[in-house]
Design a protein around this ligand. Structure first.
Ligand code: FES
Length: 133
């Protein structure tokens, strides 16, 4: 009969590790954690909770603040489906403003300012590190 698994000192717990603050940024987990399309997530930085949109398209990952510049409501306020069927635009669920999914630039509707893009880098192990500090 085998012994039950035990914690190994010094070994990382990936589920816990994936949400820790890392030097120079905040971990958003790993690329493989996200399905194709947009996934809303939240991260707390200091005392502020930041709603984010993680957009994965193949190996490319982009992150925007989930905050529409029209009247500063989350794009996902009325539901999580904000990516157009062709994957080219993010559409705010409130009043229909549309933004370029690659750059966040406004392309249609009432918003005149771009979405706030979050700078991210990918670590060699597939981790997504967001510059939210
Ligand atoms: S809050 Fe997004 S279009 Fe008005």
């Amino acid at each position: 009969m085998s012994e039950p698994a035990a914690d190994v000192p010094g070994q990382e717990n990936h589920s816990r590790e994936s949400h820790e603050l890392r030097p120079g940024g905040v971990s958003l987990g790993r690329v493989g954690d996200y399905p194709e399309g947009v996934t809303p997530v939240r991260r707390t930085v200091g005392e502020e909770e930041l709603p984010l949109l993680v957009l994965r398209q193949g190996g490319a990952v982009r992150v925007f603040r989930d905050l529409c510049p029209h009247v500063f409501l989350p794009l996902t306020y009325r539901g999580p489906r904000v990516l157009s069927a062709d994957g080219l635009r993010l559409r705010c669920t409130n009043h229909g403003a549309e933004f370029d999914a690659e750059t966040g630039a406004p392309v249609a509707g009432p918003a005149c300012e771009p979405l706030m893009a979050v700078t991210v880098r990918l670590s060699p192990d597939g981790g997504i590190i967001a510059d939210l500090a």
